[in-house]
Design a protein around this ligand. Structure first.
Ligand code: ADP
Length: 499
């Protein structure tokens, strides 16, 4: 019998990637292409949707060529994507009416400030699980309708379609036949009621968005259409936003499972099962990717994680490369009392202070490069522990296991320190491409390529497990120092604001 593969399309913020996985969930081919970032004004970020589609299709073709395979050898396609990024296009011609407004874009920040001032925060959170922010799709769609000439009239005539990047790719893959998004992506638009599982009329009316523009919302796992773009018919069978896909790719199927991504920033998701757990400490409630019923997750983010290591390398020039940080960490027995709070862009959950500044505490004449590097690496773990504690508090689940991924998860020192400081087991999988893997799992399950979650769990290869080895007295002392450093950093910011 001829071997078949699952194709994962991983459409990220800076590149489009395609990975072919085999029956064992192993990578057999990977192709990647970067695309242009547009910054038309300070704080504005755009992508050209046609370039996104062209690079995504391009890497899919290249990956197939690399393997020398035809469409009949691909069992299904799974899609995972940068979330929240917004595209509006003409239903007839398929042409975008404006560039994609990227999740990072701040152009609608004032619009959201107004929404908050009008007292919407609580209602938005109750319906969508989100804290009102320019980051989500809602105000971006409204901006396009309000600012691109002729667009509002067309939208009201039912001639336009809105979608996040998954919708845009599916529309193109199916030649305009299918207009859908999945639960996970819908839950990041700030237009979707995550409890009733429907678009919210009140929010649509508030932002002036006609319902005719919206995609149908479908489960993350299931055949939603077929593509002929690769030279033969292939089912599209899985969709999930990147973070939810990574949780699924980490086999975080059950309630209590947590994944923590150590990338440029950090993202943590906790599967809360069929309960949508609310939080008032800066965490978001969102829909997790599930293979059958709808599952929920709590999500929190660290603004600066690996970026702090880049700062050591590029600005301070105390490192030649990010991986070199590990050698410095091991050169000293501790940080010598130094704490780095890398709040370069404010502090997220559970502190929520946009004015906080990066700070270093506890310097002495004996502080060395190694101490500084180690304190910076440790700060990734402290921030992660803060998020984890916020999740424990909100969910009532005593989380003691963390599935790690992302570039900085390659640092064994960091992983061990995380285990120690969180008194938790850290599991780092062999395949750290968990985002693409999640989309592949979803698609493969939908078409019976893999039988069930149990089969996937069995083939999952664990790379390395880190067990806590620090005494509780030492842990308390370390965490106490970190909390003191954060308090001092926040105090600095408060006094600066008052001055
Ligand atoms: P993203 O997907 O967010 O662009 P990655 O998951 O590729 O990021 O991770 C890259 C980040 O990880 C960079 O910020 C880099 O500084 C950091 N990093 C990579 N390797 C290491 C390492 N061995 N130790 C510490 N940090 C690392």
């Amino acid at each position: 019998m001829e071997e078949k593969y699952i194709m994962a399309l991983d459409q990220g913020t800076t590149s489009s990637r395609c990975i072919l996985f085999d029956q064992h969930g192993r990578i057999r081919a990977a192709k990647q292409r970067e695309f242009s970032q547009h910054y038309p004004k300070p704080g504005w970020v755009e992508h050209d949707p046609r370039e996104i589609w062209a690079t995504q299709l391009g890497v899919a073709v290249e990956a197939m060529q690399l393997m020398g395979i035809t469409p009949s050898e691909i069992a299904a396609i799974g899609i995972t994507n940068q979330r929240e990024t917004t595209v509006v296009w003409d239903a007839e011609s398929g042409r975008p009416v404006y560039n994609a407004i990227v999740w990072q874009c701040r152009r609608t920040a004032e619009r959201i400030d107004r929404m908050k001032a009008e007292g919407w925060s609580k209602r938005v959170q109750e319906k969508t699980g989100l804290i009102p922010d320019a980051y989500f799709s809602a105000s971006k769609v409204a901006w396009i309708l309000d600012n691109v000439p002729g667009v509002r009239e067309k939208a009201e005539r039912g001639e336009l379609r809105f979608g996040t990047i998954d919708s845009w790719l599916v529309w193109n893959l199916t030649g305009g036949r299918v207009h859908v998004t999945d639960y996970t992506n819908a839950s990041r638009t700030m237009l979707y009621d995550i409890h009733r599982l429907c678009w919210d009329d009140e929010l649509l009316a508030y932002f002036g968005i006609p319902e005719s523009m919206l995609p149908k919302v479908v489960p993350s796992c299931g055949v939603i259409g077929y593509t002929d773009c690769l030279g033969g018919s292939i089912p599209i069978a899985g969709i999930a936003g990147d973070q939810q896909s990574a949780l699924f790719g980490q086999c975080g199927f059950e309630e209590g499972a947590v994944k923590s991504t150590y990338g440029t920033g950090g993202f943590m998701l906790l599967n809360t099962g069929d309960q949508a757990v609310g939080a008032d400490n800066g965490l978001l409630t969102t829909i997790a990717a599930g293979s059958s019923s709808v599952q929920y997750a709590l999500e929190g983010s660290v603004f600066v994680a690996g970026a702090a290591i880049q700062w050591l390398r590029d600005e301070l020039q105390v490192l030649k490369s990010a991986p070199e940080s590990e050698q410095y960490c091991r050169r000293v027995p501790d940080t010598g009392g130094v704490y780095v709070v890398p709040a370069f862009t404010g502090m997220g959950a559970p502190y929520w202070n946009p004015y906080a500044k990066g700070s270093i505490f506890g310097l002495s004449r004996g502080t060395s490069r190694a101490h500084l590097v180690r304190a910076t690496v440790e700060s990734l773990a402290y921030q992660t522990e803060d998020l984890l504690q916020a999740m424990r508090d909100a969910s009532g689940i005593d989380i003691r296991e963390l599935r790690a991924d992302g570039g900085a998860a390659a640092n064994d020192f960091l992983m061990q320190f995380q285990a120690d400081i969180s008194a938790s087991t850290i599991i780092r999988p062999e395949c750290i491409e968990t985002t693409a893997l999640g989309a592949a799992y979803l698609a493969g399950l939908a078409v019976g390529y893999w039988k069930d979650e149990e089969e996937i769990r069995r083939m999952r290869e664990i790379g390395k497990i880190f067990e806590p080895a620090m005494s509780s007295a030492e842990r308390e002392a370390c965490l106490g120092g970190w909390k003191r450093a954060v308090r001092a950093a926040l105090c600095w910011a408060d006094e600066e604001r008052r001055a």
